[in-house]
Design a protein around this ligand. Sequence first.
Ligand code: BGP
Length: 460
Amino acid sequence: MMNEFPKGFLWGAASSGPQLEGAADIDGKVKTVWDHWFETEPDKFYQQIGPRDVSNFYFRYKEDIQTMKELGFNSYRTSISWARLLPDGKHVNEKAVTFYRDVFTRLKENGVKPIINLFHFDMPYHFHEKGGWENRDIIHEFAFYAKTAFDYFGDLVEEWVTFNEPIVPIEMGFLNDKHLPAVVDIKRAFQAGFHTMLAHVYAVKVFKENQNKGKIGIILNLTPSYPRSENPADQEAAKWADVLFNRSFLDPAVHGTYPSELKQFIENEQIELHYEDEDFALMKQYTVDFLGVNYYQPRRVQAGDKASNQDVLQKYFIPYQWPEAKMNPHRGWEIYEKGLYDIAINIRNNYSNIPWYVAENGIGVEGEEQFIDSLGEVQDDYRIEFMTDHLRWLQKGIAEGSNCYGYHVWTFIDNWSWLNEYKNRYGLVRLDLETMERHKKKSASWFYELAKGNTLPEKW
Ligand code: BGP
């Protein structure tokens, strides 16, 4: 059939421990940066809803896993909480082991392959106090955590991910005020980013040395960069945006080397990076088995302002608002479906056609209650349309040889999000915040058809 996806294609959803589990301060879990930030600055959080008030997967996972099965999922990605598994960084919390083992076992029993990520923005607060990603010690702490997870769950999990969107805590925490430490400092950003990359490399090393079964990869948010025009200065700007925001993690993860332009950037900006000699050899040796790609929006840029002394990045590129952009007004993100095809072709051509899957794609909409029909179901046709349009472009990429093996929607049940909390709903399943009840949306039935048929439903 024309619309069919490759055999064995992964269908499912992505989520994360901090956004779904709840039970933030019980059964031995210690504070993450988010728990701490909410305690100290609750006004930063939309409607003052903190990381304790999330969808309680910790208590309701049995029912939720049943729902995944009903939605046709054959896979599901979530993350382990470092702060729950190793509260002091050294000693294993048996309650966490029991919880995660039961979750992974039940997923498998229900035909849902667990893809398990180690880090989704949730640094334990005690490590943050010691400098977090800026302190080189964190690399070894993270490697120990990774080894612990492989040892305790390696018999149940065969697809491991080191990091989800490692650039986000760097961009949002060191060039913005949306993650802690909420400073603007390009030098600190580079050092923290480099340590994050090394933590990833050491986790891959541990995985390979342990001879764990299965595969290990990384999930990156790739934002294809498009220049405003054919003008060389605009083109140059797009190149820099790509180097800084995509290739900075993509190249070392897949090829084991940093792009030469990044080295040039460091020199231009007189960034003194601290490293040890063996770092780059290890990076070269321990590359990933697969790649997860989160795709929400492209990045449109125009020529930088070389004279700018306000913001370092502005010298290299300036964001550009394309007048014809189709926008998701709730999140303020452009919807550009072809971006997914461009990613597919870029991976095919420039990244050895490594096996990859769409690890997040979805649309966050505010005020979804207005679309609830008389039977209590959210009529989210816009979500169905969003996924269909992206999947069409993905199919084109696959037809042209890109090695994509799955698609995960963000997300399963509406979940808590960083500083936006429940403002924008992304789920195939609606969460009633008062009762914590879950109600399937229209897109849930559509997704079931998609997954079971392994093909885009003809009519909907
Ligand atoms: C990705 C993150 C997710 C999720 C999603 C939606 O960047 O991996 O954790 O939150 O984006 O974004 P948001 O919740 O900010 O609207």
